[in-house]
Design a protein around this ligand. Structure first.
Ligand code: ATP
Length: 306
C-alpha cells in the first residue's frame, strides 16, 4: 500500500496567548504544496520503519528516527490499536520534504502511515475507519497531522488541529529555499515567548485574515502575497539571522510574497505566474543563498493512495 503525502506552508500563522494546557491558541491557515513524501506499508511479522531520501531530492534523512520515535510508527500503532490487530508492517518512507524544515514532513509521514495502515489492515469490503476517523486519530499524533490527511487549504484553530476547508481558486506558484540544519519547532515557540516577554508585548487572541481569505477565493496571487503572515518568523530570524538575506533575495528577485515557512528554516516565496516562479527559482539558485531551491504548486490533495 503506497501513499503520497504533501508538504505544507502556513499562509497565516498567528500565535495567540498560551492556554492552560501549555499550548498556544493559534490561527493557522495551512496550504498543501506539491512536494511529496511517499510512504509504503507492507504486511510483515512486526513493525519496522526505513527512511531514505527520495531519488534526486537531496533531503538529509540522518536525523529521522527509525524506531518508535518515528511519527509514522506511532501512527501505525494507533491504527492497529483502533482496529484491534497486531501492528505488523514494514513501513518505507521516501522523503522529498525537508526534515525539520517547517514544512511538516514528519506530520505528513504520520498522515500517510494512517492512510496506508488503515488500508492494509482494515476490512476492504467493510472498512471500520473512515477518513474522518483518520483525521481524528491524526490529532492525537500532532496538530499538523489532520491537515496532511485532508490537504487543500484549510483554516486551523485551537492548537491548529480543528480544521475548516478554505475556498480557493486556481493554482498558486511557490518557490522554496531550504537551509542546512533544521530549526526545532519547540525552540522557535520558546523564542517567540521570550521575545514577547522582553518587549512587554501581550499576545492578542488570533483572528483569521479577511484579506487572505479574499485573495484565496479570487485566486489573486498578489493579494495573497501581501497578506502572508507568520508570527514565528521573527523568532526564527532571531535564532537564524542568515534567513534575512534569503528573504531579501526573494523580494529583490520579484516574489510577490515571502515568508519563513512555519517554524523555519525553509523560506517560501510566492510568484505571480508559473513563468515568474521559474525565473525566481533560477535567480535564487544563482544567488547561492540556500541549500536547495524547490518549486511547487498549491493547493494539492492530502494523503492519497497511489
Ligand atoms: P513542523 O513544520 O510540523 O513544525 P518540521 O517540518 O519543522 O515540522 P519535521 O520534518 O516534521 O519538522 O521533523 C521534526 C523532527 O521530528 C525531526 O527532527 C525528527 O527527529 C522527528 N521525526 C519523527 N518522525 C519523522 C519523520 N517521519 N520524518 C521526519 N522527521 C521525523
Amino acid at each position: 500500500m503506497s501513499v503520497r503525502v504533501p508538504a505544507k506552508v502556513n499562509l497565516q500563522l498567528s500565535v495567540g496567548p498560551i492556554r492552560d494546557d501549555g499550548y498556544h491558541d493559534l490561527v493557522n491557515v495551512f496550504h498543501a504544496v506539491s512536494l511529496f513524501d511517499q510512504v509504503t506499508a507492507q504486511h510483515a511479522p512486526r513493525l519496522e520503519v526505513r527512511v531514505k531520501a527520495a531519488p534526486y531530492s537531496r533531503v538529509a534523512v540522518d536525523d529521522v528516527p527509525v524506531d518508535e520515535g518515528n511519527l509514522a510508527a506511532k501512527a501505525a500503532r494507533l491504527v492497529a490499536a483502533r482496529l484491534g490487530v497486531e501492528p505488523g508492517a514494514a513501513i518505507r518512507i521516501r522523503k522529498a520534504i525537508p526534515v525539520a524544515g517547517g514544512m511538516a514532513g514528519g506530520s505528513a509521514d504520520a498522515a500517510a502511515a494512517l492512510v496506508a495502515c488503515a488500508r492494509l489492515w482494515d476490512d476492504r469490503d467493510r472498512p471500520v475507519l473512515t477518513r474522518d476517523d483518520l483525521v481524528e486519530l491524526g490529532a492525537e499524533l500532532g496538530s499538523d497531522v489532520p491537515f496532511a490527511v485532508l490537504g487543500g487549504t484549510a483554516v486551523g484553530v485551537g492548537r491548529g488541529e480543528r480544521l475548516t476547508s478554505a475556498l480557493t481558486r486556481g493554482t498558486f506558484h511557490w518557490v522554496f529555499a531550504t537551509a542546512d540544519g533544521g530549526l526545532s519547532t519547540p525552540a522557535v515557540y520558546a523564542e517567540c515567548d521570550r521575545l514577547r516577554e522582553i518587549r512587554g508585548e501581550a499576545a492578542a487572541p488570533p483572528v483569521v485574515s479577511e484579506a487572505l481569505m479574499t485573495a484565496l477565493a479570487t485566486g489573486d496571487a498578489k493579494g495573497l502575497g501581501a497578506a502572508l503572515t507568520n508570527d514565528l518568523q521573527a523568532p526564527a530570524l532571531a535564532l537564524r539571522p542568515s534567513l534575512e538575506r534569503v528573504l531579501d533575495a526573494g523580494h529583490d528577485f520579484g516574489a510577490v510574497g515571502a515568508l519563513v515557512s512555519g517554524s523555519g528554516p525553509t523560506c517560501a516565496f510566492l510568484a505571480e505566474t508559473e513563468e515568474d516562479a521559474g525565473d525566481l527559482a533560477q535567480a535564487l539558485d544563482g544567488a547561492g543563498v540556500a541549500r536547495q531551491i524547490l518549486r511547487a504548486q498549491g493547493p494539492v490533495p492530502g494523503a492519497t493512495v497511489v
